[in-house]
Design a binder for this molecule. Sequence first.
Ligand code: PMV
Length: 323
Amino acid sequence: MTAVTARAHTNIALVKYWGKADTELMLPQTSSLSLTLDQFYTDTTVSFDDSLTSDDVAINDQRLAPAASVKVRHVLDLVRQQSGETRFAHVASMNHVPTSAGLASSASAFAALAGAASRAAGLNQSRTELSRLARRGSGSATRSIFGGFVKWQAGTDDASSVAVPIQEDVTWPIAMVALVLDPHHKKISSTQGMQSSVTTSPYYPAWKQVVAEDLAAITPAILAQDFTTTGEILEANAMRMHALTLSANPPYSYFNGETLAAIATVQALRASGIACYYTLDAGPNLKVFCQEKDLGAVTTRLASQFSADQVIVAHPGPGITFL
Ligand code: PMV
């Protein structure tokens, strides 16, 4: 019984994934692009054990009921199919996210699970193969196998839907400041939200066009370290994703009462000459993209308007590692 531990970091999408084309294979409607972050990560240990009669899954030392571990067991089943391993597994996962940050992400969790389970089953898979496996747990996990700027190529089938690094070692002095407005779980899961947007928003076809244009424009901007172009694209892309929620039937929103106030603060900072841009995922919390030289001004302003413990600074982070 060999135990393997993998560490994967979470990522923030700059061009969002918002819609599945195949819910079983987890193929997305569009490609997407993210930045892996250093501050938030998951360590997951997997060991296969012939004394088990079912998979035994714990997160932060709390054992999960079978209904809560369906996706984890699905990834383990795929590993068993690929490796010929027949035993059930112990899975122990620890999320290293600052207390109540509300940023615990399925991205780091399923990337770490894919890595640890694959190795514990004796597979010697490449990072591309791990990216493919992580995708089956959570779409955004596809990207967390790699560090730095990463593109998830939508692909057309299981084999072609994988992440590719755009730039793993980031020398660009940039930061992503998380502003935590609500640490609780999202009320509408990303899966439910995406399905509703894909099937009911009249703007969904336009979103696919937006993503294609944004990906084409942001990639050279990142490589050229063009902060303004990168920031303008990521902010508009996030708001256009959220426009899909407002235009769904029934409409919904991930914003809370403070989200618009926080957006106004970022706009005010920008008007005062501090260049910074926000993005939001399936929740009310902002992530503010800024340059290292402006980090002090950005965090001071956010901490004075909200509170210091709601502000967490992250930088570009690494891909999966084995401990
Ligand atoms: O990986 P999922 O199924 O939780 O979806 C993630 C969706 C967003 O975070 C909103 C966008 C993204 O590309 O990460």
